[in-house]
Structures are given as C-alpha cells and as structure tokens.
Design a protein around this ligand. Sequence first.
Ligand SMILES: Nc1ncnc2c1ncn2[C@@H]1O[C@H](COP(=O)(O)OP(=O)(O)OP(=O)(O)O)[C@@H](O)[C@H]1O
Length: 360
Amino acid sequence: MADTPRLEVDHITCRFDGREVVRDVSFAVRPGEILCLLGPSGCGKSTSLRVIAGIERQSSGLVRADGAPLSDARMHLPPEARGVGLIFQDFALFPHLTVGQNVAFGLRGPRAAMAARVAELLERVDLGGYADKSPHMLSGGEQQRVALARALAPRPRIMLMDEPFSGLDNRLRDGIRDETLQLLKDEGTAVVLVTHEPEEAMRMADQIALMRDGKIVQKGAPYNIYNAPCDKAAAAFFSDINVILGTVQGALVDTPFGQFLAPGHADGTDVEIVFRPQHVKIDFDRGGRGPNPTPQDGTPARGVVERARFMGHESLVEFRMDFDGGILKATVPAVFLPKPGTPLWLTVRRDRCFVFAKKR
Ligand SMILES: Nc1ncnc2c1ncn2[C@@H]1O[C@H](COP(=O)(O)OP(=O)(O)OP(=O)(O)O)[C@@H](O)[C@H]1O
C-alpha cells in the first residue's frame, strides 16, 4: 500500500547499564524519503540507527519495515536478514577486491545480471571506467562513492547512514551529497541519515528529527523546524541567535524594540524573545534620530558597532546596544564593514521572532 511507511520506529527506548540513552523515539519514513536524526554528540542518534540495523537491541518499542516487524518484545531479526543497507563514516572498502568486486559483494544471482547492476551503479556514481581499479588507487571522495554503490547494489529498501560525509573535504562534500540524494530518491530507498551538522540536515532531509538527551524534541520539514523552533535551544542549533528579555503584560511584551505579541503566555511570565542575526535590519544614524518606527519593524534601538567581519557570503556585525550594554548580532548579505564605534540603528523583523517562557 502506497501509504504504508517503509520504516516505522515505534516508541523505541534503549538502556545501557540502567541509563536510558534513547528515550521513546518514534518516526516513520516513506519510500524515497530522507529523515535526518540531528543533534549534538551523545544524544542517541547512532544508537537509534543501530537499533534499526539490528546491531543493538532496544529495551522496549518496535521496528517495522513495510508493516512487518523487524524487532519487538518477542523477536529480533539479525542485521543481515533485514534488507537494510548501512553506510558509516569509517566505511571500509575491501582492499583486496577491485572496485567492481566491492560493488558486487552483496549481490546474488546470475553473473550477467550482477555485472549489469554493478555497471549501472558505477555509472550512476560517475565511476564508469573504474571497475577494475583497486580501492587504494581512488581518492577519498571516489571511495565514498564506491561505498554508496556497494550499499545500494542489493536494492535495500532502507538505507542507514551515520555521518557518511564527514570524512570528505568541503569541496567534494556538496557534490557527493547532492549525487547521493538523487540516487537514493531515484531508487525509492527510505533513508535515515545521522548527522550533527544542521546544514547537512537542511540540505538532505525531507524530515528532520531533532534529538536531545535521547529524545526527539521536534520533528518536521527543515523549513518548519528552522522557522518555528520548539524552544531556544532548537533555534540556536541552526544559527547564532539574539535574545532579549521581557515580561508579559496583557499578552504583550514591552521591549526597546517596541511591543511583541506573546499569545499563550500568562501575565507576569518572564520571556525570552529570540531572533536570528539575519532578521535584524540595520539603518543609519541620521544625526542621532535614527529611522522612523514602522508597524512591521517596530521601534528602532541604537547600538554602536563593536566589530564587523566578512564571512564570504555575508557580513556579521556585532553591536553594543545602548539600552542594556549587551551585544546583538546582525548579518548582511553583502560586504558591509562599518568601523568599530559607528552608531547605527537596529530593528527586528517581528514576524521572525520567537517568544519562549524563560526557563528557571
Ligand atoms: N554499547 C554501549 N554501552 C554503553 N553506553 C553506550 C553504548 N553505546 C552508546 N552508549 C552511550 O549512549 C549515549 C548515546 O550515544 P550515541 O552514539 O547514540 O550518540 P550520538 O548522538 O550518535 O553521538 P555521536 O554523534 O558522538 O556519535 C552516549 O552517552 C554513549 O556513551
């Protein structure tokens, strides 16, 4: 049935020595869909992947593929019986086999069909003429592509990838990521990709599951998680953030940038207003008057440039704000390097601000 997820992970919990390192994790992945488990080191991403692979056994919960259990309280299929492909960071090609033999390793059946599948995949990863070469003759990026072809050769219905691109230099990485993505989509494989890099998750994922302390704290399309983070830490995982403090009165918070809506927060709640540097607008001093307030941007507040750096695709400017002496950051998608000490005025895109109750 088209609507049956290829992979279902249902309330998985995993304990080591009584400590829960994966806590009640659930998600589903459809054919051709890529779900990224994203989170800081030690949050339980790899353990979740190993449970799906069958290398680790969960303490509770179940894993299903195409509606049939791979493991639950009663049974546990071994990794090789799951129809699951694996690619880890330290993927190792068999050094004594040629590239073609490496790709053919997991294949069974008539020789001609195997040879055709190997040739097709090597062509797809742009290594058409490489079948007879030895792995040590290949660059890191080429070896990575052979590993991908090898994992895909038996047409696994599910592919599990643990930081598969982290060993590659930046120049190679983007191209290989995009090629890999296309290949997995074309093959209709359901993919779970583990990464601690938000950029990688944004680039690759149809869904991101953001993990912290063993739990999924937020799950959704990349733009949803980026534009509607569930809390301050989720916002901060994707970019630098600015934070200003306030207290709710009548569903509003008064700040030096004007009033912000705080629906759902009771009067007297201390809140943090969180916004990304790219949602700060910079305006000129105009002899100390600054720009006029507008309904969209609210009230401008004055700051003095602390420092400005050009980052390649944008300039990052740090301001010491008059209202509290704190630092706020703004980015500009151009070369903009005002001198330290320059007074400028900032406004904040109110539709891009998040209001969270301050944690005590
Ligand atoms: N076999 C094990 N026995 C005991 N503890 C383990 C075992 N495997 C993982 N852990 C612990 O579980 C926690 C989660 O580890 P896991 O490797 O899943 O995290 P991760 O999010 O993938 O981190 P990283 O990005 O650093 O690989 C860590 O504290 C780790 O030390």
